[in-house]
Design a protein around this ligand. Sequence first.
Ligand code: HH2
Length: 384
Amino acid sequence: MSQLTGAEAYRSAVDSLVQAGCSRAEAELRAGRALSAHVRLVGSVPAELQAKARREGLEVWQAATETHIAGSVLQLRSWLNRWPQAADSGIAAAIAAELGGGWRYEAPVTWSRGVPPGWGQRPVIMGILNVTPDSFSDGGSYSDLQKAVERGRTMVDEGAGIIDVGGESTRPGAAPVSAAEEAERVVPVIRELSKHIAVPISIDTYKPEVAEAALAAGAAIINDIKGLRDPEMVALAARTGVPVIVMHIQGEPRTMQRQPTYREVVVEVMDWLAAACARARAGGVQGSQIILDPGIGFGKTTAHNLELLRRLADLRVYGYPVLVGASRKSVIGNVLGLPVDQRLEGTAATVAAAVYARADIIRVHDVQAMRRVLDMTVAMLYGP
Ligand code: HH2
């Protein structure tokens, strides 16, 4: 590395925020967003690394014999976190040392049962398949086996790279379902659907018994809206080695919307997710299995959800992939004053924002329309 400017200002900002009472993570986040850094590297940087830097929103340019990379410290750290060759080259370690440490490369997700098409190149659409009678927007539509399988296949044809099957509605006030009943709803659909589609299926459940049955039937990913709170879910994830979506929730689904409160929502969600990941890893889950999700609508007011959507990119600094799902949710209904069947354009805005925030997976109901929004946004951001 020839030179890094901005690191000193960043380090001193972090120190003063810590002295003012912020946790180190909060200080790094705040200073990392606010301050910029500029790296000048002698010689050229491999094209793939340059592309990765651009994807993080960093500016990259070549001048004479040097490569310049500039942006916020947070973007720089996010880039370092996704640079597997960094440990060998030593450059990333040098930059990280100047930024006061904090660089840690997480191995990329090990897709033990099939890779979603386009993974690593562009965000992947996760199509929602609710086989429930009472989900908030599509309850009852796919409770028949044939209809559910057909819908799953259609979503793949429309561009979904993952199909997320759920058998219990988590909307506030929804009736709880026993593990046996939930498994009865999802297992036949997963077994049949997995014969017809090549993309991975995720099981949307917080119950380890349901997840286990779903994995045996052909599911490839655990999507746990309770963030691996149950030690048995941790054990299952560790034993099977499949990717796990660790989602943030405040409270319990039935009561979570009563009075959600945060001192600072982004920081608290990040701290909560970090603690959930640490617990999971202590229980044997590998870093290469973890995908993070801020849990839009799960124990959050409209203002909290909007703040999380605005600052989604902050979550990438941990080095884990990020999933976001705002499709048709009440945050859209509240902003636009529209019922659940009229939230397509609002959902589109969240998809475009998620692509700009470099989310890795975007969970939606309206796959065809959102695939078009995603393709257009990707083209603007990364080129045709
Ligand atoms: N949202 C819902 C359900 N599961 N999983 C993840 N990882 N992230 C989310 O944001 C998420 C989720 C709620 O939406 P939906 O499945 O459409 O509704 P319901 O819970 O009523 O079935």
